[in-house]
Design a protein around this ligand. Structure first.
Ligand SMILES: C[S@@+](CC[C@H](N)C(=O)[O-])C[C@H]1O[C@@H](n2cnc3c(N)ncnc32)[C@H](O)[C@@H]1O
Length: 255
């Protein structure tokens, strides 16, 4: 799917605090080569460049690559087309590889980690964020369940537990990495439940890709009402403001 479709920008703003945590945890030194995998609009890449790193932003979506390039201005930041399992960089060329909620979209986790390990220097470190099960998986679960019913159940293979350090370790240990992790909170705030639907689901690239399927099947209104009902019941304050408390794993892999 194309993450350049629709409007990813509101979600990028939501994820910025996690990008800050990731960059802080990486302890980036001036002059280090930092690779941001699945850079989106450049949350991590821009922060790393501002610390004096030489940054490569790897992003598969053409429109988002343009957004990063336009924002980068005179920073030491190169934007390239690629994805987790296919990074156009030489072996052992990165001091730090970072990925803020992006490697998790790689369809083949083992291939993705093999590629990250190839690009990392022998002393290189890999840090990534992945969602913990919770509020977001509950909301997305409503959409996925309806899509499965409508499409007759798409085989999505065996899900990979991106949020479990042990699962990450199984794939990174063969490349010499030791993985540790800690769980952090991220608040996602919108003025109302309908604003959440409009800006974080309907116009989000994933919504642009999937909601027409539900609409064609006559299920969109019902699914929208269920999602709004969950948000109103569980995550709306007395003033009508939505405050989703999401949790994520910040994983660090070192050799
Ligand atoms: C939730 S966004 C996160 C973007 C950014 N890291 C941020 O902090 O806002 C997911 C990003 O992963 C990218 N992506 C999708 N599939 C990918 C893959 N297989 N490997 C790397 N990135 C991928 C998307 O294009 C999108 O930019």
């Amino acid at each position: 799917m194309d993450w350049g479709k629709g409007s990813y920008e509101p979600t990028a703003a939501d994820l910025l605090p996690a990008a800050r945590e990731l960059v802080t945890a990486a302890n980036i030194q001036p002059g280090e080569h930092v690779v941001d995998v699945g850079a989106g609009t450049g949350n991590v890449a821009l922060l790393a460049a501002d610390l004096g790193a030489r940054v490569t932003a790897v992003e598969p979506a053409a429109r988002l690559r343009e957004v990063i390039a336009e924002t980068a201005l005179d920073r030491d930041l190169t934007v390239v087309d690629g994805e987790a399992a296919s990074i156009p960089l030489p072996d052992s060329s990165a001091d730090v590889i970072l990925s803020n909620f992006a490697v998790i979209f790689a369809p083949d986790p083992a291939a993705a980690f093999t590629e990250l390990a190839r690009v990392a220097k022998p002393t290189g470190r890999i840090l990534l964020t992945t969602w913990q099960p919770g509020v977001l998986s509950k909301l997305v679960g409503v959409l996925i369940a309806a899509l499965r019913e409508v499409t007759g159940g798409v085989d999505m293979g065996t899900p990979f537990n991106w949020h479990e350090p042990n699962a990450l370790s199984e794939l990174l240990a063969p490349h010499g990495f030791t993985v540790s992790g800690r769980t952090l909170d991220l608040d996602i705030v919108t003025a109302s439940a309908t604003e959440y639907w409009d800006t974080r689901i309907a116009t989000h690239p994933l919504g642009i890709e999937t909601l027409p399927i539900l609409e064609n099947a006559g299920r969109l209104e019902e699914v929208r009402n269920r999602v709004l009902g969950m948000i109103n019941d569980d995550w709306t304050t007395s003033t009508g403001q939505v405050r989703l408390k999401a949790q994520y794993l910040l994983a660090t892999a070192v050799r």
